[in-house]
Structures are given as structure tokens and as C-alpha cells.
Design a protein around this ligand. Structure first.
Ligand code: BEZ
Length: 211
């Protein structure tokens, strides 16, 4: 069955551009982003991997390890890295899985046969420090992803994990957040010393706690 939010992210061992990696060892206590692209030496994928390489310091800042994947062979990944550097101005600085036997693609349901029989779609899995799947998104091959949005979601997920808050529509880091309904007003007094504004009893807005 396909993975769902809250499931434990399946562990695996795979060949990557940075050697053999076992997911759980690679992640350690960090969060993770596992993402697939359809094919090496293709235009949209080239821009995506360049963008992720440029954003690596942002992932590092959030204690997030990034791991790419396609079903292409290791030699292709390595040759393609030169094109990514040449055209996108960024050196590949995170491991990319060469999933030629489709072991990881199948484990994470990254091949959608009605889209393409053999190639992975653009899947993204955000994995928490607890190894649970926190977010799953799927894009078609023709649409490059917005990795700034992935960072925005990580900021939201990490706030939820650390402070019992949720984030409202179009929220960005630094903006007000929402106290989750599971926290009573009495508990909120201790948890949110900056106070909150109750627009409704269920809609309590408070300054972002870690700012
Ligand atoms: C691309 O990355 O441009 C791409 C890859 C596979 C199918 C279509 C587009």
C-alpha cells in the first residue's frame, strides 16, 4: 500500500553519487527530504537539481538532509552533474540515488504507471527526526517544483513539532501562527507568554514563538 502521512518512512540501502547510503544512517537525528526526478539529462530536472544544490545551506540551517533519486545509473548521474554545474552554476552537493532496480521507487511508490511506466514522477517526502512521513507531494514530469515551498513547509512542520502551533494560509517564516485547538487556554498561558488574540475560541493567533 502507498505510504501515508504519519507512516514510518521505510529504511533502505542504495547506491548514490556519494557511495552506498542507508537512509536511517544518513539521516541520523536530522529531518530528511527524499525526492525523485524522472530522468537525467532532461531540462526541468537539470534546473531542479541545480536549485536544490543552491538551497543546500538553507536545508542545513534547518537540520535537513536532502536525498535525490532517479532510476538512471550512477555513471549517468555523475556525467550529468557536470551539466548541472555548467548550466545552473551549482555543483551537486547532496547524494542522488541510482535506483536502477527500482527498489526505492517501489518502496515509496514513485512510479505512477498511468503517467509513465518506467520513470519516477516528481515525488517529495519530508521525513521528520522521528522517521515519520510528514509530507508527501507529487508533481508531474512537466512541472518543476518550488523548493522554496518545501523549505516553507519544513519551517511550518518544525514549528508544529516544537511549539504546538499550526500555520495559517500562505504563512511565511516570521509571521503569526495559530495555537492548535488541542492546547487549552490554561495551558496556552504557560506555553505562549507573548499572549494571543482569539478571533474565535478556536482561532487563536500568536506571534511565532521562536522569533
Ligand atoms: C524534464 O526534466 O524536463 C522532463 C523529464 C521527463 C519528462 C518530461 C520532462
Amino acid at each position: 500500500m502507498a505510504l501515508r502521512l504519519g507512516d514510518t518512512a521505510p529504511d533502505f540501502t542504495a547506491e548514490t553519487t556519494e557511495g552506498t547510503i542507508t537512509l536511517y544512517d544518513y539521516l541520523g537525528d536530522s529531518w530528511g527530504v527524499l525526492f525523485s526526478h524522472p530522468k537525467d539529462f532532461t531540462p526541468v530536472c537539470t534546473t531542479e537539481l541545480g536549485a536544490v544544490a543552491k538551497l543546500k545551506p538553507e536545508f542545513d540551517k534547518r537540520n535537513v538532509k536532502v536525498l535525490g533519486l532517479s532510476v538512471d545509473a550512477l555513471g549517468n548521474h555523475k556525467d550529468w552533474a557536470a551539466d548541472i554545474e555548467e548550466t545552473q552554476g551549482a555543483k551537486l552537493n547532496f547524494p542522488v540515488i541510482a535506483d536502477t532496480d527500482r527498489k526505492v521507487s517501489d518502496l515509496y511508490d514513485m512510479i505512477h504507471p498511468n503517467a509513465n511506466d518506467t520513470l519516477t514522477v516528481r515525488s517529495v517526502f519530508i521525513i521528520g527526526a522521528d522517521k515519520k512521513v510528514k509530507l508527501i507531494i507529487t508533481y508531474p514530469a512537466s512541472t518543476g517544483r518550488n523548493f522554496d515551498e518545501i523549505l516553507r513547509v519544513i519551517d511550518s512542520l518544525q514549528l508544529t513539532a516544537n511549539y504546538s502551533v499550526a500555520t495559517p494560509v500562505n504563512w511565511k517564516d516570521g509571521e503569526d501562527v495559530i495555537i492548535v485547538p488541542a492546547v487549552s487556554d490554561d495551558d496556552a498561558k504557560a506555553k505562549f507568554p507573548k499572549g494571543w488574540k482569539a478571533l474565535k475560541p478556536y482561532l487563536r493567533v500568536t506571534p511565532q514563538p521562536n522569533k
